[in-house]
Write a protein that binds this ligand. Structure first.
Ligand SMILES: C[S@@+](CC[C@H](N)C(=O)[O-])C[C@H]1O[C@@H](n2cnc3c(N)ncnc32)[C@H](O)[C@@H]1O
Length: 226
């Protein structure tokens, strides 16, 4: 059978330039697409609700002890503020100025201490986010990152992870029905458990729980080796 145009692309640059300051055309397309979402008002993902998966990790029966947390792709700050309110020392990064501005206003209004950084989750070395971090949270940031930048994302987290650190990640699986921005191939590729196992050396994939969306989504929990 003919493969659909949204077929995930699994190839990677075998020798990625992890530190490249230059954004290429695909990264520019992603940036512009994200900016359009924020410029148009409230993006569809900006629900203002902290997902139960994060609530369970931070406030559930076997809650993690608060430590340092880094949110990748924090948007307007809902979850960074939630973490700060639960005793975490939070740093939060987003690529889009308008999102970071709104996150700052919301954090201030909430009286929550969140360190907000404008920048690229695949270029953490350019930001003041040395860590080490005990928790990383990513709500569909990684799954939208161009494939050739994902190794740089993983390397950046790995360098900043405390022994035993957790990464809780929500991501869209491959083959979503509609890719709103066809030129951004990574948005069709999504993320898979196999990709994370291969891409996050020195981490263990502890859990994969399907999300409740109408298209395939997953909650991934990874733990950095102690
Ligand atoms: C689906 S939104 C989720 C936002 C927020 N976590 C929430 O729950 O509302 C993903 C966010 O990741 C950000 N993002 C995408 N690629 C990024 C990158 N390379 N570096 C930093 N942020 C990025 C987007 O601007 C967007 O705000």
């Amino acid at each position: 059978m003919e493969e659909t145009v949204n077929r995930p692309i699994t190839t990677r640059n075998p020798d990625p330039d992890l530190t490249s300051p230059q954004r290429d055309q695909e990264e520019e397309s992603v940036h512009r697409a994200l900016e359009r979402y924020y410029d148009a008002g409230k993006p569809p993902w900006d629900t203002g609700v902290t997902p139960p998966e994060l609530v369970a990790l931070v406030g559930g029966h076997s809650a993690l002890q608060p430590g340092r947390a880094l949110e990748l792709g924090c948007g307007t700050g809902t979850n960074a503020i939630y973490l700060a309110r639960h005793g975490w020392e939070v740093t939060a990064v987003d690529l889009i100025d308008r999102a970071v501005d709104q996150a700052g206003e919301r954090a201030e209004a909430a009286g929550a201490a969140v360190r907000l950084l404008r920048g690229d989750a695949t270029r953490l070395d350019e930001l003041d986010a040395p860590g080490p971090f005990d928790l990383f949270f990513d709500l569909s940031c990684y799954c939208g990152i161009p494939l050739h930048r994902r190794d740089a994302y993983a390397a950046g987290l790995t360098r900043r992870a405390a022994p035993g650190a957790r990464l809780l990640m929500f991501g869209y699986g491959p083959e979503p029905l509609d890719n709103p921005i066809p030129e951004v191939t990574s948005w069709a590729a999504g993320v898979t458990a196999d990709e994370l196992r291969a891409g996050f050396a020195g981490w263990e994939l502890l859990d994969v729980t399907p999300g409740t969306n109408s298209v395939p989504t997953f909650w991934f929990t990874l733990r950095r080796d102690a």
